[in-house]
Write a new protein. Structure first.
Length: 401
């Protein structure tokens, strides 16, 4: 007997599935639920692929939501061990060097949405159990050190609001241009002579000039490959905040190619800005060609962006698909073009991190600072590191000579 796509039970399940997606963070509402029911009635439920594509076409409007939809679909419509995987997804994960690809991973926000749905369905015949992982710590303090990849939908929303107020101070540096000053070591002869002429022969005080100070430009190069996807999406909120907080901030993302997203992040609404970034980037969550991307930056953007003692933030895990081919040359060129090169690597969150991949070994000799970036605390540590006076060892490039 062929199942009927218009059965009340199926309609109830589709609406329930839409509610789970909304709780997990997807922008779906009653209108999308009605569209999903209409799509299911149009294609039927005889073929699972048609059923999945029909729901995806009306419930997914952004590319970055596709992976979450696929995982929610597989768990909701098929997985018999639903609750075990949801509870496992809410626990902290420790990744090793091997075997990570075989472990099923479920986003924490999806697990939380499914757990709430399971508790609502079983509230009549099951006892409600509440777990508080924070214990005596405040929620805000816990979020400071919680990994971005393990956050729930509510925690992500709260962190987005906290990132909007995060500042990234850079120390002001002296430039060649000068300005008038009440005292100093350099005498302004022109202003002094002008004052003597106006004094009609009387003794006129000396005029002085001092060097101007200004904040250097900040250039951010962010890796958006598949291995960096979970952190890149969160760091885009951070880039939006610092781009709108100060002038002369330039943001570029790279996977297999380089894309300048500075003008997209200039929009004051973060949702609109990220939507424009998603539309402009064609290689999101794909491969990684760090050497080729840095070569393109050095060739097309270096001269126009890295003047006036610019500071460069390189956000990447260093896992290069080209096995570091040509990467050392491009990193040396990038380091020599800027006043300070800071590498932010989420892999540093592991205490046993070792620089074994060829890409990481090729990049390390040319960076001034090597810092982790995986939670709010690490971003605040970055702000503290940038307050320090830039310093670069003069023997840094000696081995490349």
């Amino acid at each position: 007997m062929t199942p009927d796509a218009r059965s009340p039970r199926l309609a109830e399940n589709v609406v329930h599935f839409v509610r789970i997606l909304r709780a997990a963070g997807l922008p779906v509402g009653p209108a999308r639920a009605l569209d999903a029911l209409a799509a299911v009635q149009a294609v039927g439920i005889e073929h699972r692929t048609d059923f999945r594509v029909a729901l995806c076409s009306v419930l997914v409007s952004r590319h970055d939501h596709l992976e979450l939809f696929e995982q929610a679909f597989d768990v909701f419509w098929r997985d018999p061990k639903l609750l075990e995987r949801m509870l496992a997804a809410l626990l902290p994960k420790i990744h090793g060097r091997v075997g990570d690809a075989q472990l099923p991973q479920l986003p924490a926000r999806l697990a939380q949405a499914l757990i709430h749905a399971q508790q609502s369905a079983d509230s009549d015949d099951a006892r409600e159990v509440e777990l508080d992982a924070a214990f005596t710590f405040s929620a805000r303090e816990v979020l400071q050190k919680k990994d971005f990849a393990t956050m729930t939908a509510e925690e992500l929303i709260e962190v987005h609001a906290m990132l909007a107020h995060l500042k990234l101070p850079l120390p002001q540096i002296a430039v060649r241009r000068t300005k008038a000053a009440a005292r100093g070591r350099t005498i302004d002869l022109r202003a002094t002579m002008r004052g003597m002429v106006g004094a009609a022969g009387a003794v006129a005080p000396l005029k002085f000039r001092t060097r101007r100070h200004q904040t250097p430009p900040l250039v951010v190069l962010c890796d958006i490959s598949g291995s960096m996807d979970r952190y890149a999406r969160m760091l885009l909120h951070f880039l939006h905040a610092i781009t709108n907080d100060r002038h002369r901030v330039h943001a570029l993302v790279f996977g297999t190619r380089l894309t300048n997203i500075t003008r997209h992040l200039k929009h004051r609404d973060v949702d609109v800005a990220l939507e424009r970034v998603t539309s402009a980037v064609a290689d999101w969550a794909g491969g990684t060609r760090i050497g080729a991307s840095l070569a393109e930056f050095n060739r097309k953007w270096s001269r126009r962006l890295l003047g006036q003692n610019a500071v460069v933030l390189l956000i990447s895990d260093g896992l290069d698909a080209d096995a570091g081919h040509g990467l050392d040359f491009e990193m040396e060129r990038l380091a020599k073009s800027c006043a300070r090169l800071v590498w932010l690597n989420p892999l540093l969150r592991y205490s046993g991190f070792e620089a074994r991949p060829a890409g990481i070994r090729a990049m390390l000799p040319y960076v001034d600072d090597f810092l982790p970036v995986h939670n709010l605390a690490s971003l605040k540590d970055l702000a503290g590191a940038l307050r320090a006076k830039p310093h670069r060892d003069e023997t840094m490039f000696a081995h490349a000579a």
